[in-house]
Design a protein. Structure first.
Length: 108
């Protein structure tokens, strides 16, 4: 039963973080270009960061559904077609950015 409580708490943290980001005066979350996604992983000093062609609202819906349905993994893809499988219990936070600006320098 402790896993369910911890899991429900993670859902609240994700929802609260995303709600706060969407109410700021920044660019709308449903912009037309690539959206920058940053996922914080529990007990890890680094975060997973990538750009996706999906809208921020779509990414939010996919993550919330995975957490609500107690799915073990959530699958996301970036603009290059790479797939990311993230353990839903390990998600500390998700930051959804607006449209990614033009990159400067060497791009692989």
């Amino acid at each position: 039963m402790a896993n369910v409580d911890r899991f429900a708490g993670a859902q609240l943290v994700v929802s609260r973080r995303l709600d706060n980001d969407s109410t700021r005066g920044s660019a709308p979350l449903t912009s037309g270009g690539p959206v920058e996604i940053r996922i914080g992983i529990k007990h890890s000093p680094r975060e997973l960061a990538f750009d996706t062609d999906s809208s921020a609202d779509e990414v939010r819906r996919v993550v919330e559904e995975a957490i609500t349905n107690s799915a073990a993994l959530v699958s996301l893809s970036d603009v290059k077609g790479h797939q990311y499988l993230v353990n839903t219990e390990a998600i500390a936070y998700i930051e959804l950015g607006g449209e990614g600006g033009r990159k400067v320098g060497f791009i692989s």
